[in-house]
Design a protein around this ligand. Structure first.
Ligand code: NAP
Length: 476
């Protein structure tokens, strides 16, 4: 077996083995042990025992470990990117960007580790507080269960581990079963960077068993989960009293005003819709174009779509690789065919080849079709013509989700109308909802989740405020 679990600072094997496949050609990329209940139990116990060591580790030491981690990721960037391309099917050019982002995430965390602070509180702002001095500090919550999805095998793991370490917590990580190998390599790096034994534990196995054991365990103080809304809702219902951060799905809209530069918009929308085969929570899905520019935009977007190179993700020239598995291709094929049967037109794509689904553009869709109303999580975008800017904002907002939205306009009145009118965690002006850098607050409103990531904001959710009130003259 070439990969192992990390429990109490040791790499361990268990009885049964799972194989991780290359998502394009089906070949085995690596194998690793499936955690049993006793392994999950040992991992949580180890994390609990390491709590004090991490809570008492000075900020500069936490910062050093995080910075060393960033340096080791940089040294091994090529291998990590190729592992992502093989196990996730992500085109190598985007896998390399993901690795660079993970370096940023750990570097930012090393800086934020030094800036975790509270504030003074004017207790004497009310008469009852006269004679008291008040302040609060932030204390690590303790044991964090980190559960990650398949689509960003290093950077979404980084968004959980880096702030957890920066804020002095211990971790049990369960990565997605389809893409655990990059996570194993990242844990090896963090261990080499000097994190104490037991502070980071890695267990692998299905969400229904290993994930469920983790999220229901009373020794876990916080769950940080990124994944589907369905599993997020389930976790919230079984977690008990714990802090929970949920980063869930979206049906990412784009709004195009007539003053936008359509060549630029079309190119950005194509990257946003098809990178990682549309399997991003902020992939461009619903494009609302004002009717004056609907036809020229559609033509430019089609051209940009035709320019996408589809194929083996390990080929440096490829833009669009396979989807994560054939079940997902079946699902999107059903949704697109259902839309076509309901009157939508497929302008390009709508076909598959093994686990590859070709970049697909739909028009004449209805708002209740699944390709519009539900998260497509596939390389499929719909263009919808709107009478005016207000109508496109209204339709973009007409969703249960609220992660990020993109608005293309140079008009300042429209920009502020969009910012005020859109109920999303992030409004991206003159770029697609796919824009993200790793230090910005990131997370969704409505059914898109609870809490925010982006290192500093994740650290806030990974700490408890401890209030201190000191009576200054404790004498009669
Ligand atoms: P998923 O099926 O929900 O799985 C996510 C993780 O949860 C996996 O590690 C999975 O394990 C685990 N899991 C499954 N059932 C569980 C349970 N009962 N208890 C605990 N853990 C459980 O999601 P996915 O298909 O990997 O990822 C796609 C989804 O993630 C999309 O909806 C996307 O929008 C969302 N996403 C959101 C963000 C964001 O930041 N908002 C970012 C990326 C992705 P197994 O792999 O073993 O099933």
């Amino acid at each position: 077996m070439d990969f192992q679990l990390l429990i109490v600072g040791r790499w361990v094997n268990t009885g049964s083995v799972m194989e991780v496949k290359n998502k394009y050609n089906g070949q085995t990329v690596g194998s690793l042990p499936i955690a049993r209940r006793e392994d999950v139990d040992a991992a949580i116990a180890a994390a609990e025992r390491a709590e004090n060591i991490m809570a008492e580790m000075p900020a500069y030491k936490r910062a050093e470990i995080l910075l060393r981690t960033a340096a080791l990721i940089r040294e091994r960037a090529d291998d990590l990117a190729k592992t992502i391309a093989a196990e996730a099917g992500k085109a190598l050019k985007y896998a390399r960007i993901e690795v660079d982002r993970a370096i940023n995430t750990f570097t930012v965390a090393s800086e934020e580790a030094k800036r975790m602070h509270g504030e003074t509180i004017a207790l004497d702002a009310v008469a009852a507080g006269e004679g008291y001095f008040g302040f609060y500090t932030r204390r690590p919550v303790g044991v964090i269960a980190a559960i990650s999805p398949f689509n960003f095998p290093i950077n979404l793991v980084a968004h959980k581990l880096a702030p957890a370490i920066a804020s002095g917590n211990t971790i049990v990580l369960k990565p997605a079963s389809s893409t655990p190998l990059t996570a194993v390599k990242l844990c090896q790096i963090i261990q080499e960077a000097g994190l104490p034994a037991g502070a980071l534990n890695l267990v692998v196995g299905s969400g229904g068993t290993v994930g469920e054991w983790l999220v229901t365990d009373p020794r876990v103080d916080k769950i940080t989960f990124t994944g589907s809304p369905e599993i997020g809702r389930h976790i919230l219902s079984v977690a008990g009293i714990k802090k929970v951060t949920l980063e869930l799905g979206n049906t990412s809209p784009v709004v195009i005003a007539p003053d936008a530069d359509l060549d630029f918009v079309a190119k950005r929308c194509a990257v946003g819709a098809y990178a990682n085969s549309g399997q991003m929570c902020i992939s461009v899905q619903r494009i609302y174009s004002q009717k004056q520019v609907y036809e020229p935009f559609t033509e430019k977007f089609l051209n940009a779509t035709h320019g996408m190179v589809v194929g083996d993700p390990l080929d440096e020239r490829v833009d669009v690789g396979p989807m994560i598995d054939s079940k997902e291709v079946d699902r999107i094929e059903t949704w697109v065919n259902e839309a076509r049967d309901g009157g939508a037109k497929i302008l390009t794509g709508g076909k598959r080849d093994g686990t590859v689904y070709y970049p697909t553009v739909l028009v004449d869709v209805q708002s209740n079709m699944r390709v519009v109303a539900e998260e497509t999580f596939a390389p499929v975008a719909s263009i919808i013509s709107c009478d005016d800017f207000e109508e496109s904002l209204r339709q973009a907002n007409d969703t249960n989700f609220g992660l990020q939205v993109g608005v293309f306009t140079k008009d300042v009145d429209r920009i502020f109308k969009a910012i005020k009118g859109l109920n999303f965690g992030g409004v991206i002006v003159n770029d697609t909802p796919t824009f993200r850098v790793d230090q910005m607050p990131y997370g969704g409103n409505r059914q898109s989740g609870l809490g925010r990531e982006g290192v500093k904001y994740a650290m806030e959710d990974m700490t408890n405020i401890q209030m201190v009130a000191i009576r200054l003259n404790p004498v009669q």
